[in-house]
Each structure stands twice: as structure tokens, then as C-alpha cells.
Design a binder for this molecule. Structure first.
Ligand SMILES: Nc1ncnc2c1ncn2[C@@H]1O[C@H](COP(=O)(O)OP(=O)(O)OP(=O)(O)O)[C@@H](O)[C@H]1O
Length: 635
């Protein structure tokens, strides 16, 4: 487990931190009052509700273009995309306890615990770890994501890895599909899944998106919405939940030209990169390269992927993430999702270790190709060429005189499927047809319920033709940054949490103004009625500038009111006191250093606006406004 320090260098204490977040209602366990009732049965882990500050923070973080697609997804779509067969994690059962554990996490947790205790087993009197074992464990941990189920099984047996809860032996790993299944309609005949990612809806709308974009490439769509995964054993709070908010951008690009028009904007952004070769060699220290250097040296495959890694880094920094607690880790070959050909994860350092928060995958032409093949709908771009070119192409022709009478009302569907075959498939099928005299073609559901048909060489011919063309046809590749908003939010909260020196009860969340749920706290010093119009006017004035604010007119001391809002991460405070009644001046307080400045309402409002627009810093404002030595009020 990573050892974390807070912003002022003290040790990070997760239980204190979580108590602050719960107290201030950033989030809570979902269905909590039911879960606490004695009749509640079942596994409620991995389900959370965000309270008002958590929801506001989430909205402030996400802020990207939206395309809103259906969550309920027919089985056929996810069968075609490969999720029904391959979207699984390896799971072990502890038969004694009846517990299920994710196999890679089990190995990781047990080896990390052995390393931290220097012992090779769970008991105090287990033998000490020798140098060879320490080196082997570190090597395994550096590439833990690269092991498949049987390999994890081999490690579990050879290293005698057991369930830390009770020390029972576990069964060999088996795959567990992470999708939630349901059915649609009263007949329950049509299986559906809750989407495990938002991407598929965007791929299925590719043709419409391309038309909407006047056929021009490259372009991107984006979607923000809930995704659902039946995680095997969620034990890390908001980091691993079963229902979470995802923001995914699908950038469609010409596979022969992966340059990016705005690459120069991110070229100099520095990235800490941990590539797959390093991990396989057991090395976990990233190298820092600029995006430009990383693409030039081919550490990152292409400009578009580099562009998005740069943008992800800038986004994380803007939300307030510490640059020393971010790294970009490349997936190893076995780790890659079934649809990806390259992938870099932006990981944040948390008290749970390095956690993936944004996955940046090159999904190649995988998704568009499989959906196109299955549905017979071409999901391609037709590029008009300035000079005509000679192209050699595979063509398929059905012997209609025979196909019509043989397949009757299915003939049309078969013809559409044959016409939808892409060049790669046609080439493979041509060889097969030549060698075996028949091929199988996938089709929509036919009248006998089947979803494929066998065509022999008397019914189907596949041959090469040469023609002159003014257009080039291609299936775009997709570069996809996929943001888990909850993980970014949690990582950020851990990183900005600290408490005042010598007072663990006075916690502070140093959220930047841009993402803080409430930007300004207004505190009237007294509950006397003269203060009410002043407070209302100031609050409305800030609101009209788009600056969210909260009024705390409770009877608690000023110090208590500020302390409550320090825990909510409110960056600025304005006090209205008796001098305000006399001369209209008010006090502006900065959350982190608690210094206060005094000026007229106009001056203070302008200062708040400049801080919110990042056109002036607190230090610069301190040069203009009078220092106010009222910190004593805080206690
Ligand atoms: N169970 C979850 N809870 C919260 N966020 C999640 C969860 N699973 C994935 N995410 C978020 O969605 C993003 C994209 O999902 P992706 O499929 O790349 O994750 P993943 O590789 O399955 O994650 P992990 O390996 O941690 O299970 C992740 O970067 C993460 O931020």
C-alpha cells in the first residue's frame, strides 16, 4: 500500500479523511438506512450516492460535450462487440468462507502484505522472506496486470496464496463476466445488459455522426453517462463501484493519417511515462518526456494518441491534481482489452496505491468493423481523391438465379450481408472458397432462427477486379480517452485533504476555485436584521457573475462557520461586520492560509471575479487590498 502524505507533509489518515467526506455529505453508501436494517440481505458494496457538494464537484470536473445514448443494450450488440464473451475478470472462490475474490487483486494484496512485513506467510512465525523472494515478488507486482487466469492460478498454488480473511485456500481462477443482465418486455424473451461503457452507443451512431459532420474527418463524439459493472469484490470505496459516471470521447481518425491538427498545443506538456517494456523488466520508475518527444521517439505510437494524453494531463492538473501524483502507464499485451491495440492509463497515486482514472485506448477499427460486419451496414468513410487512382479490390457476386429460389424470403438479407463484407473478410473468404468450396456468412436472424448461412461456390463467387476510382474507402480508427469521474474525484479529494497543524479536527480540502462546489462563503457577523439586505445583495451580485456562494447566518462562531466550509473546500469567505454597516467595507478570506483582506464591496467582488477567472492571484490582490488582522475571530 502506498504511503501518502498530505499537502502540509503530515501522514495521510484515510479514516479521518473519509469521516470528513461523509460528515460534509460528499458521498454516502447507497440505500444506507435499509442496509442497516436487520432484514437487509445481499451485497450492497460498490453502490454510492453523491450528496450536494459531491454532485457539484462531479459536474465541475466533467464539463464536456454530450451525446446521450441508451443504457439498456441488446445482447446482440454486446455479443458482436465481444463483451458477452470477453468482458470478464478472473475470480477465485474461497470455499470455506464462501467469499469471491478477484484473482489479480488477491495475488497483489498478499504479495504486498508479505513484502511490507518481510515474511513469507500470514503468521507472525512465518519464515522471513529471502532476497530471491523479494526480487521475485517485486517483479510479479510490476507486471501483475499482464497475467491471465491460468498464470494467476499457477502463482496462487506455487506461492501458497490464500484468502487473507481466514487464511483459507482458494479454488483456481475462473472468468466472471462483469455485465449486469436483464430482459426487456413482459415476455422476457429479449436479453439486454446495462452498458459497461458508453462507447458502443457512439459507434452504432457513427454513420449519423459522420453525416452530421458533413462527412468531414477526423471528428470526435463524446458521451457522459452511467456505466455498470458487476465488480467481483469492491472494497475500495468510490474507486471500485458497480455503478459509476463515465465520460468517453471517441475520436474517429484516418488510419493512414493519425496526425492531429492541434498537436502543437500539447507538444510541450510533460508526461511521466511508464511503458510496457519497463514494466516487463520489473521497473516501476516512469521517464518524463514531453508529448512531442514521446511521439517522436515512438514511445507513444502516434500524434492523436499523444494529443489526448497531453489533454488528459492538462485536464487533471486543472482539476487540482498534484503533477507528482500522476503517471501514464502503458498496458502490457495480455492486459489490453479485447478491442484495443494500444492503451495508456492515467493513474493517480492514492492511499490504495496507483489507480487508473482515465484509460486512453487506440481501439483501431475493431468496433466499427465488427458492427458493420454483423449488421451489413457499412460504417466507413468515403474520401474524395484529388487524382483518380487504380485500385485492386475484392468483389463478391451471388448467383441470383439460384439464391432466390433456394433461400426465398431470406435471399435479400443474405445479399445485404454479402454486400456488407469488407475487403479483409472478402480476401479471407476467397481463399476459403477456393480451398473448401464453401464459406459461412454471418447474417441477421433468418426465418429458421439461424444467424449465418453456408454458401457454396455455385452460389457465390469472390474475385479481384481492378478499377479506377475517385474515392478511397476506409474504416476509421478510434482513439478513446475514457474518464472515470468518480475515481478522479476521489483521487483529487485525497490529494487536496490536510488538516491544520496540531489540530486533526480542523480538516481542509484545498480544492481549486475552478472545481470547488461552492466558491464563496458569506458570513454575517451578527444575526441583526440590518445585515440581511447586505447579505442578500452581495449573494445576488456574486450569483449574477456566475460565482456560486452560500450564506451561513447560523449562530455558530465565525471560526466554526469557516472551519465547516474549509471541510467543504470553499476557497473564499466574505465577512460582513459592523464596520460594513458604517463604511460598506467587507473582508475577504483565503481558505488555505486564512489571511484576510479588506476593501469596498466593489473591490472585493472584482477580486473574487479575478480569482475565479485566474486573471489575478491572491498574492497580487494582497498588494491592492488592505491586510485585515482579524484571524483572531476564527477561534
Ligand atoms: N468499478 C469501477 N468503479 C469506478 N470507476 C471505474 C470502474 N471501472 C472502471 N472505472 C473507470 O472507467 C475508466 C475506463 O474503464 P476501463 O475499462 O479502462 O477500466 P478497467 O481497466 O476495467 O479498470 P480496472 O482495471 O481498475 O478494473 C477507468 O479509467 C476508471 O476511471
Amino acid at each position: 500500500m502506498a504511503s501518502m502524505t498530505t499537502l502540509n507533509g503530515s501522514r495521510f489518515d484515510r479514516s479521518l479523511f473519509e469521516s470528513v467526506l461523509k460528515r460534509r455529505f460528499f458521498f454516502t453508501e447507497a440505500f444506507e438506512i435499509y442496509r442497516l436494517s436487520p432484514n437487509f440481505k445481499g451485497d450492497n458494496r460498490g453502490l454510492y450516492d453523491y450528496g450536494p457538494p459531491g454532485t457539484a464537484l462531479q459536474t465541475n470536473i466533467e464539463n464536456i460535450l454530450e451525446l446521450d445514448c441508451s443504457v439498456l443494450t441488446p445482447e446482440l450488440v454486446l455479443k458482436t462487440s465481444g463483451h458477452v464473451d470477453k468482458f470478464a475478470d478472473w475470480m477465485c472462490k474461497d470455499p470455506t468462507k464462501g467469499e469471491y475474490l478477484r484473482a489479480d487483486h488477491l495475488v497483489e494484496n498478499v504479495l504486498e502484505s508479505r513484502l511490507s512485513r518481510g515474511l513469507s506467510g500470514p503468521c507472525k512465525d512465518s519464515p522471513k522472506l529471502d532476497d530471491a523472494a523479494i526480487s521475485e515478488y517485486n517483479d510479479i507486482l510490476a507486471k501483475i496486470d499482464n497475467y491471465d487466469g491460468p498464470q494467476l492460478g499457477e502463482l496462487i498454488t506455487r506461492l501458497d496464496i490464500r484468502n487473507p480473511d481466514g487464511n483459507g485456500e482458494v479454488n483456481p481462477p475462473i472468468p466472471f463476466n462483469l455485465m449486469f443482465k436483464s430482459t426487456i418486455g413482459p415476455s422476457s424473451a429479449a436479453p439486454v445488459y446495462l452498458r459497461p461503457e458508453t462507447a458502443q452507443g457512439q459507434f452504432l451512431n457513427f454513420k449519423k455522426l459522420l453525416d452530421y459532420n458533413q462527412g468531414s474527418m477526423p471528428f470526435a463524439s463524446a458521451s457522459v453517462g452511467k456505466a455498470y459493472r458487476n465488480e467481483i469484490s469492491p472494497r475500495s470505496g468510490l474507486l471500485r463501484v458497480r455503478e459509476f459516471l463515465m465520460a468517453e470521447i471517441e475520436h474517429f481518425v484516418d488510419p493512414e493519417n493519425k496526425q492531429h491538427a492541434r498537436f502543437s498545443e500539447v507538444c510541450n506538456v510533460k508526461l511521466p511515462l511508464l511503458d510496457k517494456e519497463k514494466q516487463l523488466a520489473g521497473n516501476t520508475t516512469p521517464q518524463t518526456l514531453t508529448v512531442g518527444e514521446a511521439v517522436e521517439s515512438k514511445v507513444v505510437d502516434n500524434e492523436t494518441l499523444g494529443y489526448f494524453l497531453g489533454r488528459v494531463m492538462l485536464f487533471l492538473l486543472k482539476t487540482g491534481i498534484d503533477p507528482l501524483k500522476v503517471r501514464f502507464r502503458q498496458h502490457m499485451d495480455n492486459e489490453m482489452a479485447h478491442y484495443a491495440c494500444d492503451c495508456w492509463d492515467a493513474e493517480l497515486l492514492t492511499s490504495y496505491g496507483w489507480i487508473e482514472c482515465v484509460g486512453c485506448a487506440d481501439r483501431s477499427a475493431y468496433d466499427l468493423t465488427v458492427h458493420s460486419k454483423y449488421t451489413g451496414t457499412p460504417l466507413v468513410v468515403k474520401q474524395v481523391l484529388s487524382e483518380p487512382v487504380k485500385v485492386e479490390e475484392w468483389e463478391a457476386a451471388l448467383e441470383k438465379k439460384l439464391v432466390g429460389p433456394r433461400f426465398k424470403r431470406d435471399a435479400k438479407a443474405i445479399q445485404t450481408s454479402v454486400e456488407g463484407l469488407d475487403q479483409t473478410s472478402l480476401e479471407q473468404l476467397a481463399t476459403q472458397l477456393r480451398e473448401t468450396g464453401a464459406v459461412t456468412i454471418n447474417t441477421p436472424v433468418l426465418s429458421d432462427g439461424s444467424t449465418s448461412v453456408e454458401l457454396s461456390s455455385d452460389l457465390l463467387a469472390i474475385y479481384k477486379v481492378t478499377r479506377t476510382s475517385n474515392t478511397r474507402e476506409y474504416t476509421p480508427n478510434v482513439i478513446e480517452p475514457s474518464f472515470g469521474i468518480g475515481r478522479i474525484l476521489y483521487g483529487l479529494l485525497e490529494q487536496v485533504y490536510w488538516h491544520r497543524p496540531h489540530d486533526a479536527a480542523r480538516a481542509v480540502l484545498s480544492l481549486p476555485l475552478s472545481v470547488a462546489p461552492i466558491k464563496v462563503l458569506i458570513v454575517p457577523l451578527s444575526a441583526q436584521p440590518q445585515f440581511i439586505p447586505l447579505v442578500r445583495k452581495l449573494s445576488a451580485r456574486l450569483r449574477s457573475l456566475g460565482i456560486s456562494n452560500n450564506v451561513d447566518s447560523s449562530s455558530a462562531s465565525i471560526g466554526k462557520r469557516y472551519a465547516r466550509n474549509d471541510e467543504l473546500g470553499t476557497p473564499l469567505g466574505i465577512t460582513i461586520d459592523f464596520d460594513t454597516l458604517a463604511d460598506g467595507s467587507i473582508t475577504l478570506r483565503e481558505r488555505d492560509n486564512m489571511t484576510q483582506l479588506r476593501g469596498s464591496e466593489d473591490e472585493v467582488v472584482q477580486a473574487v471575479k479575478n480569482l475565479a477567472d485566474s486573471t489575478e492571484s491572491w498574492e497580487e490582490i494582497s498588494q491592492r487590498l488592505q491586510p485585515f488582522l482579524g484571524q483572531g475571530q476564527e477561534d
